[in-house]
Design a protein around this ligand. Structure first.
Ligand code: WTA
Length: 657
């Protein structure tokens, strides 16, 4: 990045926490935050060792935090012995056995709850079932399940016996399962006959059968099937086994297998910019510490909270903030099988009302689609239980932030915009809600003990106000340890020699303002160079979304003879997609003028394309490489089989205005 990314967004609104919120927060006020930051700066390893002793229950406490002798293959708490499931379940048995651990709401609205004691027994029984089937410490278990109490049980049971799980999101195809099974050499698959989403039944076992028929999955010895939908499935005698048969007669006590802090807890595959998915490998002790400290600091968890993270367990968010973090802190959490728009777009708000949710954590893409579905819809529900809101997954446009703040949070709830990644394991840059004044669109400041910085291509810090590469300069406990059986790719991707080989490269562009606040500008390859100006796509997208006509926008660049690159905007309007050319052109011109006014002429999109929606991955991320191909007028070579609605490709490729 030869020039700094130019920041063209001027957001000056500031939202400090209310005195009431600050007064009862786990970290109360900026001075308390600063004390933690200073402690970590003075003694990085010592700070994290103290945290590990304070917040986790060890079978044998670690004597040493960090081993840097083989950087960037860092080790944390290696001589400690611990079990994650023991921390999530056993340690609450004496203090709060009858507290609800999980409240599960099914797609059809049926609610099932489970206490800590009951969850402990069910995890133990399933762990014993896995053992009885021959699953051993270090074996890989692939989990392909709907959002359910059983999905959490499956993950916790693996953790209990120190098997390494790899959860694959239920929306992924048979081919994705096959690739992941083959790469991880899993010997066990846990799945369900099917799942319900939006009133429809979607088969799961069928995809597993197809995956295993593709070849390369010879490692698989058994498939355990949880009966969810009751529909007919093909059965492979000797390989397949029902969940209820597997647990029949199993004792409801199972001593946890204590392992080194460095033992791999899970592998989670995530897409790289090119090639096969990366098997991000996480540890036991350091990972759990990150989940626990961030639950306390960022979600400000209190004993009487009802916590709801809407993420599926197929994503890292569903690991750290569904399966592990909340349970480790003894929280009551809501989990949901369905989708936000079924039976109507009030579903989230109704669930918050019905379950008296206090902390709500979701993705900007969900927020924007719910704004589109009905700006005032949340006002029809009683959202008075809410005290804290959060977002994750992509930058949130300031206008969407303001809507979340006013309409959902009723100007009462702080918003934690949390920047992190599959690789980082837990929140890295985020407000502490009882301390950090927030600015719409900024993820604010690094957590204590997280050495986030912005550097140029030579690895030197850039001046405040300039953009550059977001990096983490010191190892942290919940970082990935390697890519599964691919240490070279780990090193080349995250610790490139250009940056000295010990600095973690996040792959995002970012900028820091004069207050030191971080503004994420999108992935590095989303950064455009228009007429010699480096522009982050997020800023232009935010400006478009701030226009009253626009529901959602994505911006990419294409080569241009005059300006080097030209800005191309893909826009979903709040009203119907314009099908009349003159009308489309008029709206395009209006939006061009708008961006010119909001940001300046350099950011003005050259092309506008309109669709009913944007092409997204199953996790809701906009498929930018695909948009780049469309913008350039290239043939589409990407895999579009996972697209929610392939018809929108035709709309977007049809004409540019
Ligand atoms: C993006 C999700 C801006 C970023 C936990 C990152 C964000 C990628 C934010 C990781 C945020 C995540 N603001 N951008 N608050 N949170 N991102 O691995 O580009 O699915 O690198 O992890 O999402 O996505 P992942």
């Amino acid at each position: 990045m030869s020039q700094a990314i130019e920041s063209i967004l001027h957001e000056t609104r500031l939202f400090p926490p209310s005195p009431e919120f600050a007064a009862r927060a786990n970290v109360s006020g900026m001075a308390a935050y600063q004390t933690l930051v200073d402690r970590a700066q003075a003694d990085h390893a010592g700070f994290w060792l103290d945290m590990a002793h304070e917040h986790l229950t060890w079978h044998k406490p670690p004597t040493r935090a960090l081993d840097e002798s083989n950087a960037p293959f860092y080790k944390w708490f290696e001589d400690g012995e611990i079990n994650v499931s023991h921390n999530c379940l056993d340690r609450h048995l004496d203090t709060q056995p009858d507290k609800l651990a999980l409240i599960f709401e099914a797609d059809d609205g049926k609610v099932t709850t489970i206490t800590y004691r009951a969850l402990y027994h069910r995890v133990c029984a399933f762990a014993n079932a896995l053992k009885a089937q021959g699953v051993k410490e270090g074996d890989r278990v692939l989990i392909y399940m709907p959002m359910s109490i059983e999905a959490v049980i499956a993950m916790q049971a693996c953790a209990r016996i120190a098997a390494i799980h790899s959860v694959v999101f239920g929306g992924f195809s048979a081919k994705s399962i096959q690739e992941r099974v083959a790469d991880a050499e899993a010997n066990t698959i846990i799945t369900a006959d099917g799942q319900f989403r939006g009133g429809r039944e979607i088969p799961l076992k069928k995809a597993v059968d197809e995956a295993l028929a593709m070849g390369g999955c010879e490692s698989v010895e058994r498939v355990i099937v949880y009966r969810r939908t009751g529909s007919t499935v093909q059965w492979h005698e000797g390989r397949d086994l029902w969940w209820h048969d597997a647990i029949a007669g199993q004792p409801e006590e199972c001593p946890p297998t204590f392992v080194s802090g460095e033992h791999p807890l899970f592998i989670l595959y995530t897409s790289g910019s090119t090639g096969k998915p990366k098997g991000v490998q996480h540890s036991t002790g350091g990972y759990l510490l990150g989940a626990v400290t961030s639950m306390r600091w960022v979600f400000d968890l209190h004993p009487n909270d009802i916590f709801w993270c809407t993420a599926d367990v197929g994503w890292v968010t569903g690991h750290s903030y569904v399966a592990y973090g909340p349970l480790a802190l003894g929280a009551t959490e809501l989990i949901f099988e369905g989708i936000p728009t079924y039976p109507d777009a009030g579903r989230f708000w109704k669930m918050i009302q019905d379950h008296r949710v206090t902390i709500f954590y979701t993705a900007p893409t969900a927020i924007r689609s719910l704004i589109k579905a009905g700006t005032d819809l949340p006002r029809q529900y009683d959202l008075s239980s809410l005290r804290l809101l959060g977002t994750v997954g992509e930058p949130i446009n300031p206008e969407a932030w303001m809507w979340y703040h006013t309409v959902v949070g009723q100007e009462r709830c702080p918003i934690v915009d949390t920047w992190w990644q599959t690789e980082t394991g837990c929140h890295m840059i985020a407000p502490l809600p009882g301390a950090t004044p927030t600015k719409p669109g900024s993820c604010t400041l690094p957590l204590p003990g997280i050495a986030a910085a912005i550097v140029d291509e030579t690895g030197h810090d850039v001046a405040r106000g300039n953009g550059g590469f977001l990096v983490i300069k010191k190892p942290w406990p919940s970082m990935l340890r390697t890519l599964w059986r691919d240490p070279e790719r780990y090193q080349a991707t995250y610790f490139p020699n250009d940056f000295g080989g010990k600095t973690y490269l996040a792959g995002d562009g970012a900028q820091r303002d004069e207050d030191g606040y971080f503004w994420i500008m999108g992935r590095i390859d989303d950064v455009m160079n228009v007429a010699g100006h480096r522009l982050g796509s997020t800023e232009i997208e935010s400006s478009l979304v701030a226009n009253p006509l626009v529901a959602e926008a994505a911006v990419v660049s294409r080569p241009d003879d005059v300006t080097g690159e030209a800005v191309c905007a893909f826009v979903v309007l709040k009203a119907a997609r314009p099908t009349d050319h003159a009308e489309a052109k008029r709206i395009a011109d209006e939006l061009r003028n708008w961006v010119t006014q909001q940001i300046g002429p350099i950011a003005k999109p050259k092309d506008f394309r309109f669709g009913d929606n944007l092409p997204k991955t199953r996790s809701g991320k906009i498929m930018r490489r695909l948009l780049r191909s469309i913008a350039k007028g290239e043939a589409i070579t990407q895999d579009v089989t996972t697209l929610e609605n392939p018809a929108i490709l035709e709309q977007l490729t049809a004409s540019a205005y």
